[in-house]
Unconditional design. Structure first.
Length: 402
């Protein structure tokens, strides 16, 4: 089909139409999954197909031809991609959420990103692993930011930086928006799971960033964006809660993809070794484990949908979730991580040691989920502590990211 993703008319398209196109790409994504893993970056034919379908426009403002979907639509699209390949969905998720954060910047910065190229993609790392010097209307930054998922496919980067005054004293924590052409990428992504995400290290060496391209993370956490378009609901969704829960899209999608594969395999009448079962689907143990895995995945999805629906409702109403609700979003994300791992462990046991054969996609799903679900923003037990403190009214928290 001809590409219309850069045109304004795509901004009003139903997410159901996009999801149908994503379903049509499942075979292509799955066929390239091994290549994506081997080269530690999403295969270019997949990137091109997702771009053509509009999968990188989920959170781009309608003003630039984006879809500007709700967070519910955001996670559901990336869940679908993950059913075919986890690394691909992770890259889609992270690029789209970095595009979302770019929507928090002043229009001047957004014009620099999308004004000439409405298909521009943004990657990012929030950790402020840099030094900065105040210089004539901006900050000159130097540093290295590991784990920049999707960086091989991005045009811009969002980088956590300290914001300093003329004397060099830190006055804020910021997010600097920088053209990737002014940065370098070090090939550092060698891992056991999510190998295809290209989460390499971005390096800046004395790069100047003007003030209009530095977003205050402190203000964002409190619900304040810098965009002049205050009527754009999507860009007033709770900042940290959204950054956390969007990771549930790939996690639940990987788990559902694993269930789909196990059910397809069981339909072929596979026997259980060293038993009298010629068809493992007839074994009570198989039936119980499949049912339990399906129910656990459903539980994870229900938590995801409750969370994103609440965030979308607050954004639509122009209200900001209180500490308990934001803490619950962190808790939901961590709970989903644990539940999806639990489900895939059950599915791997159904298939036995053969699940771990290199030719079996299940082992890649298992590795991808066990890696992605341990992302620092997910941290199930830190999330539990955050939520528990909020529920108990404990004043001091363990992280500002709530």
């Amino acid at each position: 089909m001809s590409s219309t993703t850069g045109s304004a008319e795509t901004a009003h398209e139903s997410s159901e139409a996009l999801k149908q196109r994503i379903r049509g790409l499942h075979d292509l994504i799955a066929e390239h999954a091994a290549e994506t893993e081997e080269h530690r970056s999403v295969a270019q034919p997949v990137i091109d197909a997702l771009q053509e379908a509009g999968a990188f426009k989920l959170a781009t403002p309608k003003r630039f031809g984006g879809y500007q979907y709700t967070i519910r639509e955001f996670v559901d699209v990336n869940n679908l991609i993950a059913r075919a390949d986890g690394s691909t969905a992770w890259v889609s998720t992270l690029i789209n959420i970095c595009n979302w954060m770019t929507g928090w910047f002043p229009e001047r910065a957004q014009q620099e990103v999308w004004g000439e190229d409405p298909d521009a993609r943004v990657c990012g790392v929030l950790a402020p692993s840099a030094t900065a010097v105040r210089e004539g209307g901006g900050q000159r930054i130097t540093g290295a930011w590991p784990y920049a998922s999707g960086s091989p496919h991005a045009h811009w980067a969002l980088l956590g930086v300290p914001v300093v005054d003329e004397a060099g004293a830190p006055v804020d924590q910021g997010l600097a928006l920088v053209p990737l052409a002014e940065l370098s990428i070090e090939d550092t992504w060698y891992v056991a799971g999510m190998q295809g995400t290209g989460s390499n290290t971005i390096v800046a060496n004395g790069v100047f960033v003007p003030d209009h391209r530095i977003l205050s993370i402190t203000r964002a956490i409190e619900g304040h964006s810098e965009t002049e378009f205050k009527d754009e609901t999507l860009y007033r969704t709770a900042f940290v809660a959204t950054l956390a829960i969007i990771l549930a899209g790939p996690m639940t999608g990987i788990a559902q993809g694993a269930l789909d594969r196990v059910l397809a395999s069981l339909a072929k009448g596979k026997p259980i070794a060293y038993t009298f079962y010629e068809d493992s689907a007839l074994a009570g143990s198989t039936q119980i484990n499949v049912a339990e895995a399906a129910e656990v995945i459903d539980t994870a999805v229900l938590h995801m949908h409750r969370c994103v629906d609440s965030l979308d409702a607050h954004a639509a109403a122009g209200t900001y979730p209180d500490l308990i609700e934001r803490g619950r979003a962190r808790m939901d994300t961590g709970y989903i991580a644990r539940k999806t791992r639990e489900a895939v462990d059950l599915l791997m046991s159904i298939q036995g040691a053969g699940s771990f054969a290199q030719v079996n996609p299940l082992q890649r799903m298992w590795r991808d989920l066990n890696t992605s679900s341990r992302h620092a923003v997910i941290g199930p037990y830190i999330a539990s502590e955050v939520y528990g403190r909020a529920l108990l009214g404990v004043k001091d928290q363990v992280t500002p990211l709530i």
